[in-house]
Design a protein around this ligand. Structure first.
Ligand SMILES: [Zn+2]
Length: 291
């Protein structure tokens, strides 16, 4: 049984100055690919379930898949609910074996974000489940629906995490880890994002808990490395592995006339390309051998 929560995993990452890539996985094949790579290089796994993949009985099916993989894994696996704004969904995730949840009330006023997060923390901690919240607001851009605009402009900075609020938020909510807004965005960047790394440094120095980056895909490597050096412990990745997956699939399908082939054959190149990206992130984030 290697199913664990995120708390200790992130504590070790913070002490060891590396980050754990956290992958949104939509189905068995994506999750299996992450686990295969992690077992090969002895790294911990963070599977994330995301709302778009959790409709109706998809929720139950994906939970069973992830829990089964975790229980049989050779490395530690945490199952994390990404970006939930719904307490009922959080309760369901916990009942189905998730060991970590994110409550995202980042678009609400500060006091409301505190109150909502605290309610989730009080509930989740009874089940030994880790809670991640978000303070400030990471730029939007839903994968597959829109492209995220270039961040780092003055308007965008209004949504960055404030140091005094971070201190107060952590004290009042007792949250376990915190997603901060320092200039990254979700989805696919149209330009090069401009991160406020001085702010990252200040936030980390004042934070009692490990910090989390959303919008890790497409962020320049030097900024990822500097963020990790400054204390970033969990970096969420989705768009980059999807790009690997569909690049492999497109190349394969464009080179075959047989569209009645066994699905596992059609997925083969896609999964290999995705695995390359998964491994690259583990290596870049200094997470190889850290299980
Ligand atoms: Zn996110």
């Amino acid at each position: 049984m290697a199913l664990v929560n995120l708390t200790n995993m992130l504590k070790k990452a913070r002490e060891g100055k590396y980050a754990i890539p956290a992958y949104d996985v939509s189905d068995y094949r994506m999750a299996r690919a992450v686990l295969d790579v992690a077992e090969e290089i002895n790294s911990p796994v963070i599977f994330m379930g995301l709302k778009g993949d959790l409709n109706d009985d998809e929720f139950d099916c994906l939970s069973m898949t992830l829990v089964t993989l975790a229980k049989n894994a050779k490395v530690d696996v945490a199952i994390h609910l990404d970006h939930s704004q719904d307490f009922e969904m959080i309760k369901k995730a916990i009942s189905e074996g998730y060991t970590s949840v994110m409550i995202d009330a980042s678009q609400k006023p500060f006091a409301e974000n505190v109150a909502i997060t605290k309610e989730v923390v009080d509930y989740a901690h009874k089940y030994n489940v880790t809670v991640e919240a978000e303070l400030g607001h990471v730029g939007d851009g839903i994968v597959g629906k829109s492209e995220t605009n270039l961040s780092g402009d003055k308007g965008h900075e209004g949504t960055f995490t404030k140091v005094d609020e971070l201190v107060k938020f952590i004290d009042e909510t007792k949250v376990d880890c915190l997603a901060v807004a320092i200039g990254t965005s979700h989805g696919v960047y149209k330009g090069v994002p401009k991160l406020n790394l001085e702010l990252m440094d200040e936030l980390n120095k004042n934070s009692k808990v490990p910090l989390v980056m959303h919008g890790g895909s497409g962020t320049p490597e030097k900024d990822l490395l500097k963020s990790i050096e400054l204390g970033m412990c969990k970096i969420n990745i989705f768009s980059d592995i999807l790009k690997g997956f569909f690049t492999g699939m497109k190349t394969f399908l464009n080179n075959t006339d047989n569209l009645s082939l066994w699905p596992s054959l059609a997925y083969k190149d896609a999964i290999e390309e995705m695995k390359k990206v998964i491994k690259e992130k583990y290596e870049l984030f200094g997470c190889v051998g850290k299980n």
